[in-house]
Design a protein around this ligand. Structure first.
Ligand SMILES: [Zn+2]
Length: 336
């Protein structure tokens, strides 16, 4: 049942709602849509997917109709929100990472602009420094954590002209055993293309994704996410998608002058009012505060994208859905 053709259909179906492209555009005559086309080697015209270089609307993300844009005092009051937990229903099934379609091909690049030593292959037989090996070509994150750095390119399966590069770091000292660079590449290929821009953001503004030893983490966190890094002690895709949620949120909130105007009220009150309008909860962890609610929504949104249930998510949480898709769209301004 899950043949290649099946996956391809699924992929088209689930992509369509994301940036509001009408279903008939791609379903009927691909060349008749507004999307541009390129001439592939075989002379076949390939429609440009909406996630390649979409148009981002001018100005800030609009507030929920009838709500204020002024930040509120105090913590978010969950007691006024209905008890339904959307994450209890969606995604319908927790897919293992290797059940995701492969959205792209990841490879280790043999060049880098980094000032640190960067490995050019899995074993680090070649690197940007003089002394190449996964143990010697490293950089010190701090006094206790030394990492091996790789420069990675992801190339989209559906549209091969779309590539994006970013940095991945694997703890060398202390060593880790929950993942390695090859395992990381296999997993990153299963992240939906719409979320790849977050990998670019954390590399442009910081040091990229860092797979660290557990001793780096305090207070039980599995990972930390921001627009400057994703620091993690797990390679589980749901956790990485959650952290990418924080990355995209910060990118909208802090902005990227002059490309993207900052929107300081995106969490408070824009997301708070979206929660109130939807009148439900995203997940138990999302109940912590509005930014964890948003990061959990990002995870669930990506998982629904993978399994083809975005419509269901939109009907349950329409205001969060509207704001989140625009935050994702803002992320595309980072460009590959
Ligand atoms: Zn979080």
């Amino acid at each position: 049942m899950a043949g290649a053709a099946m996956h391809k259909n699924l992929y088209f179906l689930v992509l369509l709602p994301l940036f509001g492209c009408a279903a008939e555009d791609l379903g009927g005559d691909p060349n008749g849509s507004d999307a541009g086309v390129i001439e592939a080697d075989a002379g076949v015209e390939v429609p440009v997917p909406d996630w390649v270089d979409p148009e981002v609307p001018e100005g800030l993300i609009p507030a929920t109709e009838g709500t204020s844009t002024a930040p509120e005092e105090g913590d978010f009051n969950w007691s006024e929100i209905g008890p339904l937990i959307v994450g209890g229903y969606l995604p319908r099934r927790d897919l293992n990472w290797d059940e995701h379609p492969r959205y792209g091909t990841a490879r280790i690049l043999d060049w880098s602009d980094s000032e640190e030593c960067v490995c050019f292959d899995v074993a680090c037989a070649t690197c940007s420094g003089a002394d190449c090996s996964a143990q010697t070509c490293t950089y010190d994150l701090n006094d206790h954590h030394t990492l091996t750095k790789y420069h990675i390119e992801l190339q989209a399966t559906e549209y091969e002209a779309h590539t994006l590069n970013f940095e991945v770091n694997i703890s060398a000292d202390p060593p880790i055993n929950y993942t390695d660079i090859q395992d990381v590449l296999n997993r990153l290929e299963r992240i939906p293309v719409e979320y790849w821009y977050g990998l670019r953001i954390i590399s442009e503004f910081g040091r990229g994704m860092q797979f660290l030893h557990a001793s780096y983490f305090r207070g039980g966190a599995a990972a930390y996410g921001s627009m400057n890094y994703i620091d993690t002690q797990t390679a589980e895709i749901p956790t990485l998608l959650h952290e990418l949620g924080h990355t995209f949120e910060q990118y909208t909130r802090i902005g990227n002058s002059p490309i993207l105007e900052p929107q300081s009220n995106i969490l408070n009150p824009i997301w708070r009012n979206a929660i109130r309008a939807d009148n439900n909860r995203t997940s138990r962890y999302g109940n912590s505060n509005e930014w964890e609610d948003m990061a959990e929504f990002a995870r669930i949104h990506a998982q629904c994208l993978v399994e083809g249930t975005l419509d269901n998510l939109e009907s349950r949480s329409p205001e969060r859905f509207r704001v989140w898709e625009r935050i994702l769209l803002n992320g595309t301004t980072i460009k590959p």
